[in-house]
Ligand binder design. Structure first.
Ligand SMILES: Nc1ncnc2c1ncn2[C@@H]1O[C@H](COP(=O)(O)OP(=O)(O)O)[C@@H](O)[C@H]1O
Ligand SMILES: [Mg+2]
Length: 270
């Protein structure tokens, strides 16, 4: 019979080494377990939020369909309006699923950025054009401020940066006040461009500010839902900016308005 060929840990030094590595092994496992538990509670919370968000439109659609089946179909005061409502709820579900898809790609880190050089001033104009009708509903005016009045060429994934601007502008309208103003200001600060989206809307109270980039966090849940929000917009925005190795921040005063600002890598102005 043969026993282990390894040396016996006969000296105190060797025993000390063994103890040390055992201790660090235990510490590593403990850290791993803690991380797994964190992931697990994070996953549960996420699933809980998702099902909660989807429940509302699903139950609404179910209600509209039941009413239609229970005789509403023949009532001209009910049939068309309820189908329109059902369509709205379906749109809402699509919004939620789209945002969930974006956030899950961003959080898994599988989102590939397609970086290119583009003019951020032109992109901001394009976003304002696309949002014009939405702004009109609340009589909100758009202003684009670019002191140099030249194109500002930045580096980034144009499609994703557009998504950032759209989310910030939609928020500025959604949480802006009637007859208010949304301003995009683009500055060139050396090797970076600095983009600010400002509104003079309801603002955000100090205690909520640190949390508004968390997914599903909203200051006023019912207002956000009513206006078609998913609570995911700013989480998506932050992920996109951070994927570009850039920063986003917010300044806001309740009742006065908010400024969301982020940086982008600059190229040469041509
Ligand atoms: N420009 C803004 N003015 C005031 N509050 C805002 C603004 N942008 C975001 N918020 C607050 O932050 C919350 C999270 O924003 P977001 O992630 O875009 O979700 P939502 O889908 O609710 O718009 C909003 O529900 C709102 O309470
Ligand atoms: Mg939003």
């Amino acid at each position: 019979m043969e026993f282990s060929e390894g040396k016996n840990p006969s000296t105190t030094d060797e025993i000390g080494e063994l103890e040390k590595s055992a201790k660090s092994w235990i510490a590593e496992r403990a850290a791993e377990i803690e991380q797994l538990q964190r992931h697990e509670s994070y996953r549960k919370e996420f699933l809980g939020n998702v099902s909660h968000e989807l429940k509302t439109p699903i139950f609404n659609i179910q209600g509209y369909i039941s009413t239609l089946l229970d005789g509403g179909l023949d009532d001209p005061k009910i049939n068309r309006p309820f189908l329109v409502k059902a369509e709205k709820s379906v749109e809402r579900m699509i919004n939620i699923v789209d945002d969930l898809q974006s956030i899950s790609q961003l959080e898994r880190g599988v989102l590939e950025l397609h970086e290119e050089w583009f003019d951020i001033v032109a992109l901001a104009k394009d976003v304002f054009d696309a949002m014009e009708l939405k702004a009109k509903e609340r009589n909100i005016t758009f202003e684009l401020v670019n002191d140099l009045e030249l194109p500002i060429i930045v580096n980034g994934d144009k499609f994703r940066i557009r998504q950032v601007l759209v989310n910030l502008v939609v928020n500025s309208i959604r949480y802006g006040k009637e007859n208010g103003v949304t301003r995009i200001k683009i500055n060139d600060i050396g090797d970076k461009s600095f983009v600010e989206v400002t509104d003079n809307g309801i603002g955000i109270a100090k205690e909520h500010l640190p949390r508004i980039f968390e997914r599903f966090y909203r200051v006023d849940k019912s207002r956000s839902r009513e206006l078609g929000g998913t609570g995911l917009g700013l989480a998506i925005v932050k992920h996109i900016i951070e994927a570009h190795n850039q920063k986003i921040s917010v300044l806001s005063t309740e009742g006065v308005g908010s400024v969301f600002s982020f940086t982008l890598k600059m190229g040469s102005t041509t």
